[in-house]
Design a protein around this ligand. Sequence first.
Ligand code: CP
Ligand code: NVA
Length: 309
Amino acid sequence: KESFKGRDFIALNDFTSEEILHMIDVAARLKSESKAGIPHHILQGKTLGMIFTKSSTRTRVSFEVGIYQLGGYGLFLSDRDIQIGRGEPIQDTARVLSRMVDGIMIRTFSHQEVVDLAKYCDKPVINGLTDYLHPTQILADMLTIKEHKEKIKGLKLVYIGDGNNVANSLLLGGTKVGMDVVIAAPQGYKPVPEIMALAAQNAEASGGSAAVFEDPLTAAEGADILYTDVWASMGQEEEAAVRRKAFAGYQINDTLLKAAKPDAIVLHCLPAHRGEEITEEILEGPQSVVFDEAENRLHAHKAIMSLIM
Ligand code: CP
Ligand code: NVA
């Protein structure tokens, strides 16, 4: 689709519902071609610069393997090695990389830094996670949901825990495609009003909904999908003890799973802290699809790259 070419992938709200569903379809097609051994060198000879100022297993490996499977090449650029780590401004890095690579994926702390990078870079920029959003994750989640539920629209997705980057992107992406997104979070950790306002707007257009609860058990009632993420995200390590107290009770466990639909699936973006936001039993149990979800990062990212690069 020509409408994707050259665009950045920074927030799911930059795309229409049809465009998000198209990306999921492309991801599914690339996945089945991959499994059948059909080569798809859509990005032959293209290069992706991958800037990381935070750790990563899934995002790094899926983008690097993904660009390779598309016939291109990925450069892993850690802030420990490139000049960003020594204070070179993002707008200079953007203009330099622009002249050498065909696209940039960045994982960093400040969302504004990604926006600035995109402003100064004439090649597509992909947001591989900021403190604010994690949109590539949610595209993979939707592919996983579609595979297990054969639809997306009208499903109730309940997220338990911190109103963080993952929760924000679930709210935006889920409401774009007509899901009922429910967040259960304690006082002080609820999603910010700006995200709730955008989600409400999306929901009005798509027929979905967005809601925030305090009580996880009430929130989980009748869920098709239960989702959680760590209580302390990257960069919040020093708050871990305080957060452990605040989030006690915000755990996907047997009691919570029983409140959901009998055929509910459990998602977690990983890495997980067993015994905190999710029990070992549920993470390893029959309703958990977390490793399908992790694999789907690869297929979703290939779809994003092949469409925008
Ligand atoms: N879910 C996710 O983004 O994992 P990584 O931090 O390993 O990339
Ligand atoms: N919320 C987590 C997600 C990790 C993939 C973090 O930002 O650390």
